[in-house]
Design a protein around this ligand. Structure first.
Ligand code: UD1
Ligand code: CA
Length: 452
C-alpha cells in the first residue's frame, strides 16, 4: 500500500517557531511517531506532505524510505493529498494519516485497511460524547455511509451526529486521484476537503466501510501545548502499563517517563519520578530508586541505583551499588560489585570488579583495577588545559582521602596512597606514597574577634 502523511499545517495554536509536527512527544517528534507506525505497515511508498517549516522537517526526519511532497499553500486536506498523488502507486490502495495524530496503533490501521480491501473506501471513525469540531459521518436509513460533513458546513441535525471522522482514510489509489481532481472549495472554509471523496465514492457506486479504534485516544490530535501535554500523559501511561503487564514493579505508573526504549528483565523495580531516555536496559532484579535520570545505559542483574542518580552512556555489571546522587557519564564501564556513592562522577573510565568510590570523587579517563578503594575527595586531574590524559590504578590499590592523581600516571598493584597526596609520578607496586608535609601547632594562637 501507499501511505500519505499530512504534515503541512502551521500549528498556530502551538505558539511556537518550531513546526507543529516536530514538537516532541516522549522525546521524539510527533511526525516521527506517525512515521514509525506507518513503517510498521510496510508501505511500498511512504509520502510525507510538508509545507510550514518544510526544510526543518526534511532535515530532522528525512530517511531513505521517505518521499516528500511540498504543499506551498495549505488549501485543504484534499489539496494536500493531491500534492502526493504523482508519487503514489496506482496498483495498491492509499492510506492517509495525519502528522499531528501520534498515538494511532498499527493494529487499528491494519483493521481499517483489511476492511477496505482493494476495492472499497475505508474511514476510521469514532463516536464521541462531544463531537464538536469534527467532520460528522452521515449515514442513510440502512446505515450506509453517504458523506462526511464538516462542522462548519453542517445542519443542526447533522451536528447532533456523534460519529466523527478521525481523518484517517484508505482508498483505491486510481479512483482517489480521479476524485481529488474533481474537488471544489465552495464550502464554509474555502478549502479542498479530502472528506468530499466519500460522496464521490458513493456516487461511483463504491462501498464505504468504517472501522473503529479500540481506544478513542488513538485518534487524538495535537493542536496546542495543552493537548500535547495530555497526549504525553496518555502515552506515558500506556508505556507504564506495558511494563507492569510485563512484570515490572512501577511504584506509580503516573510518575514514570520513558523517552525511548526501556527493556527490563524479571523482578525489576522502578521508584517514582524516573526518566529513561534513549536505549536503556535493566537486567533481572535491578532496582532503580526515586528521581533517577537514565539515558543510553545498560545495568546488570541485581544492581541497585539509589535516589537522584544521573546515568548517561554507562555500562554497569551485576550486583553494583550506585548512588544516591551518583553521576555516570559516557564511557563509564563498571564491572560487577562496583560501588559508586554520593557525589561521585565517573567519565570515560573502567572500574574492575569490586572497586569502590563511595564519596565525593572525580574519576575521569581512568582504568581502575579490581578491589581498588578510591577515598573521599579523590580527583583524577585528567586535563592539562589542552589535552586529556589517562590515569591507571592497578588492582588492590588503596587511595587515601583527598588525593590528586595528575595524569598521565600509573599506580602499581597493591600500592597505598596516603591521605592528601598529590601523585604526579608513577607509583611502584606495593609501595606507600605520601607527600612530605609538616603539621605545625601554635599554642599561643588567638582567633580574631568580630569588631564591635
Ligand atoms: C479534518 C477533517 C475532519 C476530521 C478532522 C479530524 C477535512 C476537510 N476535515 O479537519 O473531517 O474530523 O480532520 O481531526 O479533512 N493539512 C495539510 N494541508 C492542508 C490542510 C491540512 O497538510 O492544506 C494537515 C494538517 O497539518 C493536519 C491535517 O492535515 O495534520 C488535518 O488538518 P486540519 O486542518 O487539522 O483538519 P480539520 O479541519 O481538523
Ligand atoms: Ca485538526
Amino acid at each position: 500500500m501507499n501511505i500519505v502523511i499530512l504534515a503541512a499545517g502551521l500549528g498556530k495554536r502551538m505558539r511556537s517557531s518550531l513546526p507543529k509536527v516536530l514538537h516532541p512527544l516522549a522525546g521524539r517528534p510527533l511526525l516521527g511517531h506517525v512515521i514509525d507506525t506507518a513503517r510498521a505497515l510496510s508501505p511500498g511508498r511512504l509520502v510525507v506532505v510538508i509545507g510550514h517549516g518544510a526544510g526543518r522537517v526534511r532535515e530532522v526526519l528525512g530517511a531513505a524510505d521517505i518521499l516528500f511532497a511540498e504543499q506551498a499553500e495549505q488549501l485543504g486536506t484534499g489539496h494536500a493529498v493531491q500534492q502526493a498523488a504523482a508519487q503514489l502507486d496506482d496498483s495498491v490502495p492509499t492510506l492517509v494519516l495525519y502528522g499531528d495524530v501520534p498515538l494511532t496503533r498499527a493494529q487499528t490501521l491494519r483493521q481499517l485497511v483489511q476492511a477496505a480491501g482493494d476495492g472499497k473506501l475505508g474511514v476510521l471513525t469514532v463516536s464521541l460524547d462531544d463531537p464538536s469540531g469534527y467532520g460528522r459521518i452521515v449515514r442513510d436509513a440502512a446505515g450506509r455511509v453517504q458523506r462526511i460533513v464538516e462542522q462548519k458546513d453542517a445542519t443542526p441535525e447533522q451536528l447532533a451526529i456523534r460519529e466523527i471522522n478521525t481523518g484517517i482514510i484508505v482508498a483505491p489509489t486510481r479512483r482517489l486521484k480521479a476524485w481529488l481532481g474533481t474537488l471544489s472549495n465552495s464550502n464554509a472554509q474555502g478549502e479542498y476537503y479530502l472528506t468530499d471523496v466519500v460522496e464521490r465514492a458513493v456516487a461511483d457506486g463504491m462501498e464505504v466501510v468504517t472501522a473503529q479504534p479500540d481506544a478513542a485516544w488513538e485518534t487524538l490530535g495535537v493542536n496546542s501545548k495543552t493537548q500535547l501535554a495530555e497526549l504525553e500523559r496518555i502515552h506515558q501511561r500506556n508505556v507504564a502499563l506495558m511494563l507492569t503487564d510485563a512484570g515490572v514493579t512501577v511504584l506509580d505508573p503516573a510518575r514514570l517517563d520513558v523517552r525511548g526504549t526501556l527493556t527490563c528483565g524479571n523482578d525489576v523495580t522502578i521508584d517514582v519520578g524516573c526518566v529513561f531516555e534513549g536505549q536503556v536496559s535493566l537486567a533481572d532484579g535491578v532496582a532503580i530508586g526515586p528521581h533517577c535520570v537514565i539515558r543510553d545505559s545498560e545495568i546488570g542483574a541485581g544492581t541497585q541505583v539509589e535516589a537522584f542518580s544521573h546515568l548517561d552512556g554507562a555500562r554497569i555489571g551485576a550486583q553494583a551499588r550506585i548512588g544516591p546522587y551518583a553521576r555516570l557519564r559516557p564511557g563509564a564501564a563498571l564491572a560487577d560489585d562496583v560501588h559508586i556513592g554520593n557525589f561521585v562522577e565517573v567519565k570515560n573510565s573502567t572500574l574492575a570488579a569490586g572497586a569502590k568510590a563511595n564519596h565525593l570523587a572525580y574519576v575521569g579517563d581512568s582504568t581502575v583495577g579490581a578491589r581498588v578503594n578510591v577515598g573521599a575527595g579523590t580527583i583524577t586531574c585528567n586535563y592539562d588545559g589542552a589535552n586529556k590524559h589517562r590515569t591507571v590504578i592497578e588492582d588492590d590499590v588503596f587511595i587515601g582521602s583527598d588525593t590528586q592523581l595528575v595524569a598521565p600516571v600509573t599506580v602499581g598493584k597493591g600500592a597505598t596512597i596516603a591521605a592528601g597526596t598529590t601523585v604526579w609520578q608513577n607509583v611502584e607496586a606495593g609501595a606507600l606514597v605520601l607527600n612530605e608535609k609538616r603539621q605545625v601547632t601554635r599554642a599561643d594562637y588567638t582567633r580574631p574577634a568580630k569588631k564591635q
